[in-house]
Design a protein around this ligand. Structure first.
Ligand SMILES: Cc1ncc(COP(=O)(O)O)c(C=O)c1O
Length: 458
């Protein structure tokens, strides 16, 4: 009988996270203070994040110990299984071997708790009482609600309005774990009121929801803000997955030629691929592909520039691929991929030709999600279907070229509370939207006056 999945024993759970900053071919440019334009110091970030996370944000240490309390909680669902997708391979009649890491087995249903646990823990030991955050599709908000509950913290989530309406079960999950969830833009904050005054029907965006959460966090001494993607410490925590995966791939005797992940802010993709980025920097030949929606083409059409992480210009300026902080994407169902920026670490690795971005239209991603469900059984989150779509493209190419490629991808989450999206697809209600260059240009004009990084590509 063929081996379908590779489990790691709990004793093999990685004890350290991997910090790719130690192996970057080009040093990162610093985040800048939104007011002064000077590099931010730890004291500038103090009102927003607890100090252990700020230290991780700037760390150059290659490996960082995972605290015992975090390891103990990881064991609730980690190590996650690595699967061989025989069903999909057979359907595509491809010589490629397809492997996927199943991050959908966490209680929240995605990779997001890998960092939510760590962030809740460091906030707890730093004396934080409540955490404010944003969420797109609701995966991050539900993960943080779950993990704050484990450490006895309060959690309030600003959820992008279009997703709040599309995905009520995610709000219910947050409330079940004890979190509070508000549709963004809301009337609770200056940032929300400003947007509503301009456009009462605003569908919201992650950039707007971040502004709301940061605004409330900085006004409350007992509160901190938490981000579910983009920042270095989030990428760091996610590497527990890639490190596990390297041990599991060693059991199969295969080594990936192609690694694929969907990318919203970049965290699940980074988590799987960064340990392999280290191998690539040291000479391995791997095609590492980040997949984004054509409706929000941050990596493929956005310049590398300094930009704010939020709509209201409250966060530090980050050097990253960006569509501009005022960009509001179409209300596509992959809410977690509707972010204007990309993790600075991933952006820099794109400039260094270590990572290659591609964009896929919405209909192709749902078609891929249906194919995956009918061949492997699992129903993918709409974000995850972007990775699946690229896997299918790669497997078909392997067939055309007659190559036995090894393809590894991150199955970042299940779509069991996203069925309205599948329903819309199956009943022919979804469409692909051409994103006009003028719409991108309009948002990019807003970042024109900002400082420029050395490798600016605008
Ligand atoms: C299942 C799933 N995959 C991917 C993403 C995209 O985020 P990131 O790029 O940080 O992994 C999200 C975000 O909400 C998600 O819920």
């Amino acid at each position: 009988m063929q081996t379908k999945k590779i489990f790691l024993p709990e004793s093999e759970l990685p004890r350290q996270w991997y910090n790719v900053a130690a192996d970057m071919p080009t040093p990162m440019e610093p985040p800048l203070h939104p007011g002064t334009g000077q590099p931010v110091g730890p004291e500038d970030l103090g009102p927003i994040f607890p100090m252990p996370l700020i230290e991780q944000e700037v760390s150059q240490e290659r490996f960082i110990d995972i605290p015992e309390e975090v390891l103990e909680k990881y064991l609730i669902w980690r190590p996650t299984p690595l699967y061989r997708a025989y069903g999909l391979e057979k359907f595509l009649d491809t010589p490629a071997k397809i492997y996927f890491k199943n991050e959908g087995v966490s209680p929240a249903g995605s990779h997001k708790p890998n960092t939510a646990i760590a962030q809740a823990y460091y906030n707890k030991i730093s004396g934080t009482k409540r955490i404010l955050t944003e969420t797109g599709a609701g995966q991050w908000g539900s993960a943080l609600s779950y993990c704050t509950a484990l450490f006895g913290l309060e959690c309030k989530v600003y959820m992008v309005k279009v997703s709040y309406q599309q995905k009520p079960y995610r709000r219910m999950m947050m409330e079940t774990w004890g979190g509070t969830c508000v549709a963004s833009p809301s009337t609770e904050t200056e940032a929300g009121r400003k947007i509503l005054a301009q456009n009462p029907d605003s569908p919201g965006s992650l950039g707007i929801a971040i502004s709301e959460a940061v605004e409330v966090a900085v006004q409350d001494d007992e509160a901190k803000y938490s981000l579910g993607s983009v920042l270095n410490h989030v990428m760091l925590h996610q590497t527990v997955n890639g490190l596990e995966c390297q041990k599991q791939m060693a059991v199969t005797g295969d080594y990936p030629d192609v690694i694929i992940g969907c990318a919203g802010g970049g965290s699940n993709f980074a988590g799987l691929c960064f340990p392999y980025v280290r191998d690539k920097v040291n000479g391995k030949d791997i095609d590492i592909i980040g997949v984004e929606p054509t409706a929000c083409p941050t990596m493929t059409r956005g310049p590398f520039a300094y930009d704010f992480g939020d709509n209201n210009q409250m966060t530090p300026l980050l050097p990253m691929h960006t569509l501009g902080h005022t960009f509001v994407p179409e209300g596509i169902h992959a809410g977690g991929l509707r972010y204007h920026g990309m993790a600075p670490l991933i952006s820099q690795l794109i400039l260094d030709n270590i990572i290659r971005p591609v964009a896929v239209p919405q209909l192709e991603t749902f078609e891929a999600g249906i194919t995956f469900a009918r061949t492997e059984g699992f129903i993918s989150a709409p974000e995850t279907t972007h990775a699946v779509a690229e896997v299918i493209r790669q497997a078909k190419q392997a067939k055309e070229e007659g190559k036995e490629k090894v393809i590894l991808f991150n199955w970042s989450g299940h779509g069991l509370v996203d069925m309205a999206a599948y329903d819309a697809y199956l009943s022919g209600k979804l469409a692909d939207h051409e994103l006009a260059q003028e719409e991108i240009q309009r948002a990019l004009n807003d970042i024109e006056p900002l400082p420029k990084p050395k490798q600016y590509t605008g």
